[in-house]
Design a protein around this ligand. Sequence first.
Ligand SMILES: NC(=O)c1ccc[n+]([C@@H]2O[C@H](COP(=O)([O-])OP(=O)(O)OC[C@H]3O[C@@H](n4cnc5c(N)ncnc54)[C@H](O)[C@@H]3O)[C@@H](O)[C@H]2O)c1
Length: 285
Amino acid sequence: MTRISVGIVGCGAIGMEICMAIDRDKFADRALDLNMELKWLIDAHPERIDQLCELLRRKPALTRTDSSDLAAILDAVDLVIECASQDAVREYLLPALGAGKDVMIMSVGALICDPGLYEEIERLAKERGGKVYIPSGAIAGLDGLKSGAIGGIQSVHLTTRKPPRGFAGNEYVQAAGIKLDGLQEERTLFIGPARAALAHFPENVNVAASLSLAGIGPEATKVQIVADPGAKENQHEIEVRGEFGQLLVRVRNFPSKSNPRTSYLAALSAIATLKRISYPIKVGT
Ligand SMILES: NC(=O)c1ccc[n+]([C@@H]2O[C@H](COP(=O)([O-])OP(=O)(O)OC[C@H]3O[C@@H](n4cnc5c(N)ncnc54)[C@H](O)[C@@H]3O)[C@@H](O)[C@H]2O)c1
């Protein structure tokens, strides 16, 4: 089997887990069988690259802090993984798709928040033959939603519940005059379409975006955001109704160790997607 050569943009919490998984070809002593090789790492902060390289047995030959010679280093890879920021999706993945490479997107909110980006990605992938992988990230249930969408979906609701501190500094909450300090009972901060939720709650952007893309889009997908003093972790509840029946999913996420704003499940979903890419038998929709 041919080795898949990989370039990574973003050496933070998710990038670190992905790189370690590729480097060791196992996770917590379980073999992954990815058969992948890290060719280059990019991060705007060079110290992040250095910290990550310290952990790797086989250090990538190339590292960069910006996209200035991206066209040259794209030659070396088959797959470019973005685990950096919404801006990085446009900056790095459009050139990668233009060069016919496969890409993986973690900052999926960019596909809704950056006007025209989704259409450009779709056009380049169709014209040049690259594949675009979007892991499920911090939620579950996208498999059932995608299946249900074939038969017809009537509604998709996402309820996100977080401890009040998870909304500290949120401008929409401040403008609404909602006091989060000393909250004794749960308080709904927002109910409305996913597109508006994405604009007002950027810390919640990826989950609402993946759900919208897998199902009925950012206008029809409804989102409720709740500050809950009783919640210890971030929780996402998804309810889908369609011709198939009803789907109910609740995910209670533990945070990643190196970035408390990122759910550990998001990093695991990226590694599971790599497994899906490399392994010939693909279970699940
Ligand atoms: N799909 C999901 O459900 C999901 C879940 C969690 C996080 N995410 C997203 O994945 C991304 C990575 O998350 P993380 O927790 O690893 O973040 P992080 O902050 O720990 O690391 C991101 C790294 O990328 C680098 N970076 C950012 N923009 C860059 C650019 N334009 N060029 C070069 N380097 C850049 C930063 O310097 C940083 O080191 C974020 O955008 C986050 O919102 C998605």
